[in-house]
Write a protein that binds this ligand. Structure first.
Ligand code: PXP
Length: 250
């Protein structure tokens, strides 16, 4: 059975810290705790407006954390320079609008092909693995493969927000895209908005090798603690994966 990695996104630990200024709660402490609770990697989004993660957090994460860092970044010269300087394990290119509350949709790898080309190649030249955050659409996957991206992270927001038959249809899109992406040679990841309730179906998709989860884990930590929320998520992912593999081999 292929293993499924958990990337814990610590942005919203920084959101809480920044609500009061100062240095508590410390996202790097959260990253260390996440590693101990079963996270395989840490994800952090350095936004243009620095609303949560700061440049100093990225400095510390690259020097103080032993598990891989996935740096989420917009395709801008400023962010490229930061990524090349810090050399995270992976850089996930995401769309970024100043006014949005969160990353609302995937990147347009078709429309933005020419612009993205330089970013993908310059990151890869530095041996930084490149991930593109995309909606689960076959044309977007084809563009990602043509761009030479290593990874596609499928945006799970539409799946998480849909109900009933619509959710089933969104799940089907994720399944088909994961299979098609793997056929194109892309490593398939998924994330955005995942919760204890929604993680299982995505974890059961065999081609998905990593999930990136943040907001729900940090929110749930208010009630049960961060260690416990990460451990429970990890267990739900592993159970869903094992169940799906068992069904397939039965
Ligand atoms: N993956 C990507 C590319 C993201 O931009 C985000 C949100 O920052 C996540 C995963 C995690 O989403 P959430 O915080 O909703 O779990």
């Amino acid at each position: 059975m292929d293993t499924l990695r958990l990337g814990v996104n610590i942005d919203h630990v920084a959101t809480i810290r920044n609500a009061r200024g100062g240095d508590h709660p410390d996202p790097v402490r959260a990253a260390r705790l996440a590693a101990g609770a079963g996270a395989d990697g840490i994800t952090a989004h350095l936004r243009e407006d620095r609303r949560h993660i700061s440049d100093h957090d990225i400095n510390r994460l690259t020097s103080e954390i032993s598990i891989p860092l996935n740096l989420e970044m917009a395709a801008t010269e400023e962010m490229l320079e930061i990524a090349l300087r810090h050399k995270p394990n992976a850089a996930c290119i995401v769309p970024e609008k100043r006014q949005e509350v969160t990353t609302e949709g995937g990147l347009d790898a078709i429309g933005g092909f020419d612009h993205l080309q330089t970013y993908v190649s310059r990151l890869r030249e530095r041996r930084i693995r490149v991930s593109l955050f995309l909606d689960p659409e076959s044309g977007q996957l084809e563009a990602a493969a043509k761009l030479g991206a290593d990874i596609v992270e499928m945006h799970t927001g539409a799946y998480v927000e849909a109900v009933g038959e619509k959710r089933a249809a969104e799940l089907q899109k994720l399944r088909q895209c994961a299979a098609y992406g793997a056929e194109l040679g892309l490593e398939m990841h998924a994330g955005h908005g995942l919760t204890f309730e929604t993680v299982g179906e995505v974890a059961a998709i065999p081609q998905v090798v990593e999930l990136n989860i943040g907001h729900f884990l940090v929110g749930e930590a208010i009630f049960s603690g961060l260690d416990s929320s990460i451990r429970r998520m990890r267990a739900l992912m592993d159970e869903a994966r094992a169940r799906a593999a068992g069904i397939k081999s039965a």
